[in-house]
Ligand binder design. Structure first.
Ligand SMILES: Nc1ncnc2c1ncn2[C@@H]1O[C@H](COP(=O)(O)OP(=O)(O)OP(=O)(O)O)[C@@H](O)[C@H]1O
Length: 681
């Protein structure tokens, strides 16, 4: 196997692009898998970005391919051969030649190629080699403040979990076989311990899986994952998509981190499939959040980063799965991977003007949005088997991986703008200081400078000195400004907190009042503030219409009058309406005690004080008028903490307006008996 790998590729090596041009010439017996690779596999990205901007890193996705040894099943397959070879950073696929027709090789170039088929071969890449090449840069990026992501992609059983975690996911102690994740965790703490004494670092971890398009927290200790409700994805305006209520755990040592990793691995869904004895059936995402503060207090600059280590489930060909109940699982896994493929395609095509990237079509791609074409430095590890029996999947994986190399990510150092300014000024000062020293050494150390040259150098040196002094001054100012701004914002935060506390209390009292109020009393933000007082004079009890009053009411109606009984806590009144003459009168219950027979009604009426009925307002008229008052009030509202008296006066105004409104609303004719409200203007 190793020897075949080291064979020099045949002369008919052709890049996939050449092959595609000749595809129509392929003989009829060309196997299916060739025609399946319909999209032209891209060559190396022509405009490879590796441009370091002032604050941004614009970089193509780094793509690595790892080839694992053939397993027993593959070796015992009839006609099994090794069809994959490696030459420098190229993977060469040589299709099996069982006819006389000449077949063409496929050559795929990558950033890293790991040949892990035979330990005795000099090209052999161990777990450590893989970590050094693609794991350590992640750590480096994280310490600089960049988000980073590594995801393992490949066919089921091709070695993703082996590369990411190791041969046994439940025994991840760091040894020669440990995968990228345990090594990453261990080295993370080694590096933290080597940080400057002034720096403080904090590490948080989370671990979840996406299983059948549902998210499950893998770090829940006492909760059965079967009954636990799946978590949801939401989008934060600054951080992008995130998992709601996902548990995160602060870890202070590798030992603590290891415990969480092990717990997560145990919880991860595994099931036997026809392809792989203990195949991982879910996509798992292990995230490490690192915050570094360059000093002991909040004023010192800091940076944060998030590293996502993703072990994708293998793409399962449904035809190869022998259990029906696994069908749904396979479909969901394929849906995520299918969308991942679409996303990779769309992103790779961005240069050609494709705008839409279907991130939202699957949970996986939605959550990996920042890692694919966003604020992250991302690496893809594609794993393959060299066995001829899996040629078509291998070609598909290689094509995917090749295409992914065209994806461009734009990463930012995650820091506050003032931290960035201070960092940039500091590095500028350092650069200028070094330049000055260099100049001084060169100018004064060299004796054979001409007079002209030395004057020129002295002038340049002077310029440098000035520039340096200016920058140091600027840095001092920036630090001072930031300190003042911090104090100001701290004060402001405290005020806001007090205000929130006050609002909370107000809200609680509003809720209490609202739950007691009659449903026909309208509420507005200002109205509710003062309803508690009104509440005292409102009553929910209906006025009692005893027999006597009932009789009197009947008399009134016979004579063509309307009436309305109104009551408050103290006494009841009768409003009598003479609609024919557009007038009304009020009388107390005691006043009508003298009316015993219908003949007594007329003299009783004569004694009443009548007043004209003015046109009644409708409820909506009252509401719109009151809304106008409240709108004006909003503009008049005095500033918090300013002019206490004015605020008091304003509060009284609002209160009065609100009481007035309640009274007006209550005076409108509706079917229900009216409440009587007394108010002072
Ligand atoms: N580089 C390697 N060297 C030796 N053995 C390997 C290597 N890669 C994978 N294997 C072995 O191949 C088998 C399948 O590997 P692994 O479980 O990592 O595949 P996978 O891609 O994660 O599968 P799935 O998609 O089903 O999760 C395991 O027995 C593993 O030990």
């Amino acid at each position: 196997m190793a020897s075949s790998a080291s064979n020099t590729p045949k002369h008919n090596i052709a890049t996939p692009s050449r092959l595609s041009k000749r595809r129509h010439q392929a003989p009829p017996e060309t196997p299916d898998c060739y025609t399946k690779v319909t999209v032209e596999t891209p060559g190396p990205p022509r405009n490879k970005y590796n441009h370091k901007d002032k604050c941004d890193e614009v970089r193509n996705l780094t793509v690595a391919v790892r080839i694992r040894p053939m397993n027993t099943r593959e070796l015992t397959h009839v006609g099994a051969t090794n069809v994959v070879q490696v030459k420098e950073q190229n993977v060469i696929v040589t299709p099996q030649n069982n006819s006389n027709v000449t077949k063409l090789d496929y050559v795929f170039p990558y950033d890293h190629v790991f040949w892990s088929c035979d330990e005795r071969n000099s090209k052999y890449s161990s777990q450590e080699d893989v970590f050094v090449e693609i794991g350590q840069p992640l750590l480096h990026n994280a310490f600089q403040g960049y988000n980073a992501c590594l995801f393992a992609y490949g066919q089921t059983g091709s070695g993703k979990s082996y590369s990411m975690m190791g041969p046994d996911v439940q025994n991840i102690d760091c040894d020669v076989n440990s995968g990228i994740i345990p090594r990453f965790c261990q080295e993370l703490f080694t590096r933290i311990s080597q940080l400057d004494n002034q720096c403080t670092a904090s590490v948080n971890v989370s671990y979840f899986e996406i299983y059948n398009e549902k998210i499950h927290d893998l770090l829940l200790t006492n909760c059965s994952r079967d009954v636990h409700a799946p978590l949801k994805v939401r989008e934060h305006p600054d951080w992008g998509p995130y998992v709601v209520n996902l548990s995160t755990h602060t870890v202070k040592s590798y030992e603590e981190m290891r415990k969480w990793l092990l717990l997560g691995n145990v919880n991860r869904a595994t099931a036997a499939t026809a392809m792989n004895e203990k195949s991982s059936r879910s996509h798992s995402i292990f995230s490490v959040e690192l915050s570094i503060l360059e000093g002991r207090n909040d004023l010192d600059p800091g940076r944060r980063s998030k590293v996502s280590l993703v072990d994708l489930a293998g793409s399962e060909r449904l035809g190869n799965t022998n259990k029906n109940e696994k069908l749904k699982e396979g479909v969901s896994i394929n849906k995520s991977l299918l969308t991942l493929g679409k996303v990779i395609c769309a992103l790779a095509d961005q240069r050609k003007g494709t705008q839409f990237v279907p991130y939202r079509e699957s949970v996986l791609t939605w959550l990996l949005r920042e890692s694919l074409g966003g604020n992250s430095l991302t690496c893809m590890l594609a794993t393959i088997t060299p066995a001829s029996s899996h040629l078509d999947e291998t070609l598909a994986t290689l094509r995917y991986a090749c295409q992914a190399r065209s994806i461009v990510n734009r990463a930012r150092i995650n820091e506050e703008p003032h931290d960035r300014l201070i960092r940039e000024l500091r590095s500028e000062v350092e650069r200028l200081t070094a330049l000055r020293h260099e100049y001084e050494r060169n100018s004064f150390g060299s004796s054979n400078l001409s007079i002209d040259n030395s004057t020129e150098h002295l002038q340049e040196l002077e310029d440098l000195r000035k520039k340096l002094v200016d920058k140091e001054e600027e840095l001092k100012k920036a630090q001072c400004n930031w300190e003042n701004r911090y104090k100001e914002s701290h004060l402001y935060q405290m005020q806001q907190l007090a205000e929130i506390e006050r609002k909370k209390e107000e809200l609680e009292s509003r809720v209490r009042v609202m739950s007691n109020l009659q449903e026909n009393v309208n509420l507005s933000p200002y109205r509710t503030n003062f309803l508690e007082e009104v509440e005292n004079i409102l009553t929910n009890d209906d006025p009692v219409m005893d027999n006597y009053l009932q009789n009197f009411g009947n008399y009134l109606q016979e004579l063509g009058f309307d009436y309305q009984l109104v009551t408050n806590n103290r006494e009841s009144f009768l409003h009598i309406f003479d609609n024919r003459n557009c007038r009304k009168a009020n009388c107390s219950i005691n006043d009508i005690k003298s009316v015993i027979k219908i003949e007594d009604v007329q003299p009783f009426f004569k004694k009443l004080k009548w007043e004209d009925i003015k046109e009644e307002l409708t409820e909506s008229q009252i509401n719109s008028a009151m809304n106008g008052i409240y709108e004006v009030a909003k503009f008049l509202k005095p500033h918090v903490d300013k002019e206490e008296k004015l605020r008091l006066a304003f509060a009284k105004f609002i209160k009065t307006a609100q009481v007035l409104e309640t009274a007006l609303c209550n005076s409108i004719n509706v079917n229900k008996p009216k409440k009587m409200v007394t108010f002072r203007l």
